[in-house]
Write a protein that binds this ligand. Structure first.
Ligand code: HEM
Length: 354
């Protein structure tokens, strides 16, 4: 095993109130303003919905523009793939898919931004770089139109496909968020030692099902984790000086070589998928069945009766995994979406509020 090192409508209430307002004018007999109101209402509705062709008129080439950047980045630095997919997941779980993770902390401000939370600081820079470069490319052609949140969602999809995963359509129309707080990160990002109960609870709280959770965990088919996330499993799992019995002995030995119990290099990472670390495939699930999951939270999926049948299904059928993953990414991409000026903004620079 090689262990590489790397330095719909518009707001429901307002649409209801608008309807009441229109109705009132009709009763009063003034038809012209009424018509104007209906037109305004329809326009608002169209603009506020997320849809695949949201930018059809305002920035029809947005996907190609982002695609030119993700293709290039992937060639130059393949770790941009896992980095951006993970960045997207973290963005969506904290405050919703609203680009809040991209905001830089303000100097002198009392509260740090999400980006500077301990967990987020661990994310690779390549994900942030991808979004910044893609935003620059998009701004040159369509200034002030496309949100950073949409760019991140498109880039994550591009990379899933570039590493061999499914291609799926990305709905667009997210606005960027106005809130980015480091303190919101910790309670919203799952830990490597979470139980299945804790995982299910957290994913359910985002409107995602058990199937979504197991399918999305398949993103660990690619990418790497630092030793600190699994070192306890290798030496002292339950505080009794013994390793986790659910780690394959060969994998255990290999991981111990790179991740000593004390004093190891903090930058060392190990691949999630020891068999095909650079290909997005169903091998991740097969590995779980062979006790070759890297994190306790990954391995737990094959030990719980609620998730085990899904692990088996995805391990045996790549198409089912791909379909479930694409559907789950679509649902993930809609978590906490902001629409309209009240809750959102359109940033020119993804790292700064508008
Ligand atoms: C189910 C609960 C999850 C847990 C406990 C978890 C935990 C982790 C941890 C601890 C790392 C390693 C961080 C590091 O050492 O730098 C990681 C990396 C990663 N995670 Fe997850 N994760 C979960 C779900 C997800 C989901 C839903 C996705 C995407 C849809 C995802 C995508 C990734 C990717 C691609 C990496 C590799 C990043 C890289 O190599 O740069 N994870 N995850």
């Amino acid at each position: 095993m090689s262990v590489p090192k790397y330095s719909t409508a518009c707001c429901f209430f307002s649409s209801q109130f608008t309807c009441l307002f229109v109705f009132f004018i009709i009763v009063a007999g003034t038809t012209t303003p009424c018509l104007a109101k209906i037109i305004t209402n329809n326009t608002t509705r169209r603009h506020r919905q997320v849809s695949v062709d949201y930018y059809a008129r305002t920035c029809p080439n947005v996907e190609q523009l982002v695609g030119s950047v993700t293709n290039q980045q992937f060639k130059e630095s393949p770790v941009s793939g896992p980095a951006t997919i993970n960045l997207f997941f973290h963005d969506c779980f904290v405050e919703g898919c609203d680009g809040s993770i991209l905001i830089a902390s303000k100097q002198g401000s009392r509260e740090l931004a999400e980006k500077d939370a301990e967990v987020t600081r661990e994310l690779r820079v390549e994900g942030f770089e991808t979004v910044m470069k893609a935003k620059e490319a998009v701004e040159r052609k369509c200034p002030g139109v496309v949100s950073c949140a949409d760019i991140l969602a498109i880039a994550a999809r591009d990379y899933v496909h570039l590493v061999g995963g499914p291609y799926y359509q990305v709905k667009k129309g997210r606005w960027d968020g106005r809130i980015s707080m480091a303190s919101r990160v910790e309670p919203n990002i799952p830990h490597a030692n979470y139980t299945v109960d804790q995982l299910i609870k957290l994913f359910n709280s985002k409107g995602l099902t058990i199937q979504d959770m197991v399918a999305l965990s398949g993103a660990h088919s690619i990418g790497f984790a630092h030793c600190k996330h699994f070192v306890k499993r290798l030496y002292n799992y339950k505080g009794n000086g013994q390793p986790d019995p659910n780690v394959d002995p060969k994998l255990l030995n290999a991981l111990r070589m790179y991740c000593p119990n004390y004093g190891g290099n903090l930058d060392i990472v190990a691949p999630f998928d020891a068999t095909t670390p650079f290909v997005f495939d169903q091998a991740y699930y097969g590995n779980l069945q062979k006790k070759m999951g890297l994190l306790a939270s990954d391995q737990a999926l094959v030990l719980d009766p609620r998730t085990k049948p899904l692990v088996q299904e995805f391990a045996n059928d790549k198409n089912k995994f791909f379909q479930a993953f694409a559907a789950a990414m679509d649902r993930l991409s809609l978590v906490g979406v902001k629409r309209g000026k009240k809750h959102g903004e359109k940033r020119r620079d993804c790292s700064m509020h508008a």
